[in-house]
Design a protein around this ligand. Structure first.
Ligand code: NAD
Ligand code: IPM
Ligand code: MN
Length: 354
């Protein structure tokens, strides 16, 4: 398997360094992987003047899987929009056709008290958020800022979804639900937005092919509320790009910290990019404070989905469970009575557990 590693910006290189150490252990035990490293985001802009340069694109297309840290930082926020790190991330997702973003929010029992919610609300939590990743208001045209008929400046973006885009993500979500508790909740704003009323209609039609899955629908505002009121009512949730972005950050706090939520972004053939759901955390970058576990768990997802190597994935996930059971905690999941460690010390612990 060929893996392209994109450290990115901010805490990206720090968390990727720990995931790479995990990969090295697997390799020394016989896992066959070749790795390349390339820049994405601000790092790519600094080196090549573009957030998704040709060299990165060529390597990404040739790879079986991509492992990404995170991109972005305040020093890039005033660049022209096409040059910004976030554009590089959107470009690689679109270029590789990574339309299916899986974000599993699982609470490890040891972190029941790290969540800001009551332990009884979150204990045993296991939700899969299926977020459509290459459509919606993120990519819809027209977009921009112009002077309107009244002579006033006006910003505009366009929410749009084609039938085929909705159908393919719905199939991913129904198939995932079939392998789990067979419950799928489709999240929309059909009471206001035509695009998402259409989404609801198509998901309902796809449901006919999955009679064993119980489909429900929920408005996104209610879903945001239900996620903190009673998150365990959910099994799989499927939604569009922007609602999924927001709901998955919200769901991360049910697991203790955004530093715990991995993700897989897949195409039709399980080629994928794997990244933590969080960003480049400029406030703690360069301080060896970041939690590398979401990135290490993203590597486990890479091994499972693109590597088709369930045993290696489970081995990595078990090592993460072991370090949590041993009491190792980065600052974001620290509580009294546990052992506060740095990013690299957390990596040491995972390597030892492996
Ligand atoms: P963020 O996720 O980077 O940070 C939000 C908060 O969570 C911060 O307080 C941060 O310190 C904390 N945090 C995040 N990851 C952590 C970790 N692993 N360990 C401990 N604490 C962690 O979100 P933001 O501050 O809104 O965005 C910062 C930059 O990251 C922006 O430029 C944004 O565009 C970018 N971003 C990138 C991605 C990505 O690359 N996939 C995702 C989200 C945001
Ligand atoms: C994420 C991020 C990205 C998104 C940004 C950085 C473009 O928030 O991966 O969740 O909105 O998809
Ligand atoms: Mn996000």
């Amino acid at each position: 398997m060929k893996i392209l590693i994109l450290p990115g910006d901010g805490i990206g290189p720090e968390i990727i360094a720990q995931a790479t150490r995990v990969l090295d252990v697997l390799r020394s035990d016989g896992l066959k992987v070749e790795t390349e490293t390339a820049p994405l985001g601000g790092a790519a802009y600094d080196q090549y003047g573009a957030p998704y340069p040709q060299v990165t694109q060529d390597l990404a297309r040739a790879a079986d899987a991509v492992l990404l840290g995170a991109v972005g930082g305040p020093q890039y926020d005033t660049l022209d929009r096409p040059l910004r790190p976030e554009r590089g991330l959107l470009a690689i997702r679109k270029d590789l056709n990574l339309f299916a973003n899986l974000r599993p929010a699982i609470l490890y029992p040891e972190l029941a008290n790290a969540s800001t919610l009551k332990p009884e609300v979150v204990s045993g939590l296991d939700i899969l958020i299926v977020r459509e990743l290459t459509g919606d208001i993120y990519f819809g045209q027209p977009r921009g800022v112009h002077v309107n008929e009244a002579g006033e400046r006006e910003g505009f973006n366009t929410m749009r979804y084609s039938e085929s885009e909705i159908r393919r993500i719905a199939h991913v979500a129904f198939k995932a639900a079939q392998k789990r508790q067979k419950k799928l909740c489709s999240v929309d704003k059909a009471n206001v937005l035509e695009t998402t009323e259409f989404w609801k209609e198509i998901v309902t039609d796809v449901a006919k092919e999955y009679p064993d899955v119980a489909l429900s629908h929920m408005y996104v505002d209610n879903a945001a509320m239900q996620l903190v009121r009673n998150p365990k009512q959910f099994d799989v949730m499927v939604t569009g790009n922007i609602f999924g972005d927001i709901l998955s950050d919200e769901a991360s706090m049910l697991t203790g910290s955004i530093g715990m939520l991995p993700s897989a972004s897949l195409d039709q053939n399980n080629k994928g990019m794997y990244e933590p759901s969080h960003g480049s955390a400029p406030d703690i970058a360069g301080k060896n404070l970041a939690n590398p576990l979401a990135t290490i768990l993203s590597l486990a997802m890479l091994l499972r989905y693109s590597g088709n190597n369930e045993a290696a994935a489970v081995r990595v996930e078990n090592a993460v469970k072991a370090v949590l059971a041993q009491g190792y905690r980065t600052g974001d999941i620290f509580e009294a009575g546990t052992n506060k460690v740095s990013c690299s010390e957390m990596g040491d612990a995972v390597v030892a557990a492996l």
